[in-house]
Write a protein that binds this ligand. Sequence first.
Ligand code: ATP
Length: 365
Amino acid sequence: MAEIRVENLRKEFGDFVAVQDSRFVVHDGEFLALLGPSGCGKTTTLRMIAGLELPSSGKIHLGGEDVTFNRASARDIAFVFQLFALYPHMNVRKNIGFPLLSQGVPRAEIKKRVEEAARLLQIDHILYRSVSGLASGDRQRVALGRAIVRRPKCFLMDEPLGTLDAEFRDVMVRELRELHNRIHATTVYVTHDQVEAMAMADKIAVMNHGVIEQFGTPQEIYNRPATMYVADFIGSPPMNFMRFNGSVAKGARSVSVAGVPVGVPEVHADVAPGELALGVRPEHIRFSDSAPLRGAVYGSEYLGTNQIVAVETPTGLVRARLPADRNFHVGDTVGLELNTEKLSLFECRSGRAIPSSLYAGAAHV
Ligand code: ATP
């Protein structure tokens, strides 16, 4: 397996910039998710790594070798698409072994590798079945098997679970991660689904309009979002933004939101007056009768293990994740206690997080 290194990668289609100066490293054996909404440049990035699209500028290194201008076939990469094309007239065994057959690998070796891949994917009991009668989950496993047998330097996957129904997707998310744990293949995985990315990836690149807004572990991205876009894209419900006008000074330990002082992690920069936002995840809010920040219950959503309660505050609607066994009524007045050490502050104009002790050591702020 091999490290993928992308340097200042850019792709223009005429006047349109699809990917802007991306740079990141996927270490040997790591699983990277490229995450973002439709049209943000995920597939274009993947296709450039695969050699299916030529970059307008920038470089791609694979296993230390500059492959920027190498043809796809010379890159030793396996690509798994959403619309996996299997050969309908062949059985599972032949479908999986086909890439090896076309490479001229001896039959005994093909048999060994196909059986090994089938065992890993738990499809060894259907090796002699026709692929045309298989359920979509098994078809996807066969497509993965075909990629695995080649033992490529890395795997590139473009929304491979996109066509599966929700139940199968959950199963395949777990299986793909377990497979990765076993074979440690360097993987780049494109998805618009934050749950998939969070569940599977070692690192996530959150993309927006061709730009990587943040690159980090799922924990970094969730707990220390670099921008309001990332904070909003990750988490369900997303981070609450309590907007206010003001400024903050280096060393500050509180801000004034709707006239109420709220404790924050120590601020590490001076920020000029303007619109700011306090970012708080729903699980970092408790209801407390004595909390000065107050609002009225607007509605609640029961989720079984917990509930999401929406509260109308002077800064807008705020959602809190609370134990499921408490009853609230629309219109009840409640006090909101925020977990000081978990709060982010953003400058609304740039959308960027304001450096604070919460972000100490983070590369991106
Ligand atoms: P999706 O999940 O919808 O494919 P994506 O994040 O993978 O989204 P890309 O397919 O990388 O997005 O496309 C990024 C942008 O580049 C889109 O606006 C798309 O229309 C544009 N684009 C992609 N390929 C071409 C092309 N060959 N010619 C012109 N524009 C293109």
